[in-house]
Design a protein around this ligand. Structure first.
Ligand SMILES: C[S@@+](CC[C@H](N)C(=O)[O-])C[C@H]1O[C@@H](n2cnc3c(N)ncnc32)[C@H](O)[C@@H]1O
Length: 599
């Protein structure tokens, strides 16, 4: 069985699964939010590491460092890993050693200090000390008993390069070169990332759940709602910075309460894992990774191998941009993990709901709600079934329409209507859709290669739109626009209803494999790995180039620069952002004008 594809019942206490699923689907519609997994570069050839990575590797090390060993006299067996979990623990350690070998090999310090944060009784740290005798290894943990076992095991294995520190991650202040953390509880992973950033160290972090933290107000996720709180760690004392979402990108995409919802979905144990929840966790990790990238770090997300060694198998790998110029390999993409993400995205957006049914509902809503002469309201027939209601909700949402379920039991139905501002809508971005935009799109879509247009429909849904304010821009707007969303939409519709937009023709952008460079919040260049594609695939996007002076004026009023307004018609794999989509990109120029009237 494919270990990525386990499906287990969805009912979990405290989790609004439907809301989490909808949120995940909404996030995955934004290319930049789509997690991209990399494969590790090859492990450098070192005799000790190579010997250890053999299937019999643990036999070349002192038995006290083996998690499967019952230990020598004096070791407390109740802290050993139970036999049923020993194989998985061994696999996790083997994987981490293969990653660490890459980092140690490239590190400017030939004798780097490696800290195993939340290292417990030393399962990982002791193997590191044995396999990399050139490194000094610190174990940091807030649990004194676990550390005393680690000390005893180190002594028994005659390891002289290990030191233990009984403190919390937040209070550890020594300098170090590489941070490692395997399943540190909850926000401890964030504390490890912060500690590494503080000392400009590289990091290898396998995050765990986010629910194992006690806050002054209850759950960690409860605290997360305020977006600016601190929480206590599992020891109930040391504060962990908990500003969530971490990255500017995700802050721009989240609404109040979203992080809470996503964190709950991502907080699965060995049971209760399904595709949605894995993707929710991947999104949380992608947020942490984006935050590192927006700062001074190169960062990659990877999946531990074998995938079955733990359900929490996402790994964050990051190193300062100053690390070593040789250590910026173009890491290959992880086909299996990315394929899984793609399957969920495609499944979620359309296929999962049934492509034919989605198309039918889209046509129906177009005719009954969107078209100029339509009644503007649609109610599904009572008792149409849960699945049908789900399709209607999803399609209405993707068309920027207002939708709500009402009635009970067999009388339950979905009501869909235009919002007062329709065809303008404010989702995570401000856009305009509707019949005029569809008419413009229809005039050009036949000139776009069919499979590219199909791909857009698959990823984005059928309706077309013009983005007036992008999600990232919306997140940066003055708070008056963000706190009063209705007023913001009112302003947009008031200024743009009845104005004319000029269609300039069909544009195209092609992109080669090379990652492009963006500028982050701190003014530094950041590699745009979200637009990073394998060498052998040429990516292109087709769009209608639009000139719309009133929309540019409105953007100026909001403090935003001029934008290349366009309607995306098709793309190879995903949309290409951060490039010009102006008159210079035209491959089929025409000129016509459309008045944006109330339908
Ligand atoms: C699930 S165990 C993982 C132990 C070890 N990394 C492993 O995989 O075998 C989590 C460990 O994190 C420690 N921990 C959690 N929060 C911490 C914090 N804020 N500071 C230090 N240690 C912490 C706990 O004491 C515990 O030993």
């Amino acid at each position: 069985m494919d270990p990525l594809k386990t499906t287990i019942p969805k009912r979990v206490k405290g989790l609004d699964f439907k809301a989490a699923e909808q949120l995940t689907r909404r996030l995955l519609l934004h290319d930049a939010a789509l997690p991209v997994y990399s494969l590790l570069p090859p492990t450098p050839p070192s005799p000790t590491v190579t010997a250890f990575l053999q299937p019999t590797g643990f036999s070349v090390l002192p038995s006290a460092v083996d998690p499967a060993s019952k230990g020598h006299t004096g070791l407390t067996p109740r802290y050993g890993v139970p036999p049923a979990r020993a194989d998985n623990k061994r696999s996790q350690i083997r994987f981490l050693i293969s990653v660490l070998a890459v980092f140690v090999d490239a590190h400017p310090n030939p004798n780097p200090v490696v800290v195993d944060f939340c290292g417990g009784c030393g399962h990982v740290a002791l193997v590191i000390a044995a396999v990399f005798p050139q490194c000094r290894v610190y174990i940091v943990d807030g649990n004194k008993v676990a550390l005393s076992i680690a000390k005893e095991r180190a002594k028994s294995a005659e390891l002289r390069n290990v030191q233990t520190y009984h403190t919390t991650v937040q209070n550890f202040s020594l300098r170090f070169d590489i941070a490692l953390a395997l399943h540190g509880c909850g926000g401890a992973s964030d504390a490890v990332i912060s500690a590494a950033v503080r000392t400009r160290a590289a990091l290898i972090v396998v995050p765990c759940c986010v629910g194992a933290i006690v806050t002054s107000r209850g759950s960690v996720t409860g605290a997360a709602i305020s977006h600016k709180d601190s929480v206590l760690d599992i020891f109930g004392k040391a504060k962990i910075d908990w500003h969530v979402p971490r990255s500017a990108l995700f802050r721009s995409l989240f609404r109040e309460g979203d992080y809470d919802c996503l964190a709950k979905a991502a907080d699965f144990g060995e049971h209760g894992v399904d595709d949605w929840r894995k993707i929710s966790k991947a999104l949380l990790e992608w947020d942490r990774l984006q935050w590192l990238r927006e700062g001074q770090y190169h960062a990659r997300l990877a999946k531990m191998r074998p995938l079955s060694c733990t359900p929490k198998n996402d790994v964050l790998l990051a190193w300062p941009r100053t690390y070593s110029s040789s250590f910026q390999p173009e890491w290959p993409l992880d086909g299996l993990a990315n394929g899984f993400v793609r399957d969920v995205v495609e499944g979620s957006v359309l296929n999962g709901l049934g492509l034919a049914e989605v198309t039918e509902v889209e046509r129906m809503l177009q005719n009954l709600v969107c078209d100029a002469n339509s009644p503007g309201v649609y109610r599904s027939s009572a008792g149409a079934g849960k699945r049908r209601r789900k399709v209607v909700h999803a399609v209405a949402e993707s068309m920027g329409l207002w939708h709500r379920s009402d009635g009970r039991g067999t009388q339950r139905s979905v009501l869909v209507r235009r919002t007062p501002h329709w065809p303008f809508f404010l989702d995570t971005y401000v856009g305009v859709g509707g019949p005029i935009i569809e008419a413009i799109s229809a005039a050009f879509v036949s000139k776009v290669p069919e499979h590219l247009a199909d791909r857009r429909v698959l990823v984005r849904g059928r309706p077309h739109h013009i983005t007036i304010v992008s999600p990232v821009e919306y997140g940066c707007l003055d708070s008056q626009y963000r706190t009063d969303r209705a007023a913001c939409l009112e302003l947009v519709s008031q200024q743009l209803f009845g104005t004319s937009l000029k269609v300039m023709g069909l544009g195209r952008v092609q992109r080669s494999a090379k990652p492009s460079t963006l500028v982050s919040w701190d003014g530094n260049a950041v590699e745009d790995t979200t637009s990073y594609y394998p060498n052998d695939v040429k990516h292109e996007v087709f769009f209608v180039v639009i000139e719309w002076p009133e929309a540019q004026q409105l953007r100026g009023q909001m403090g935003l620069p001029v934008k290349d307004l366009h309607i995306t018609l098709g793309f190879t794999e995903k949309d290409i952002h951060n490039c010009r989509k102006d008159l210079n990109t035209l491959i089929y120029p025409v000129s016509s004008e459309y008045k944006l009237t109330v339908p």
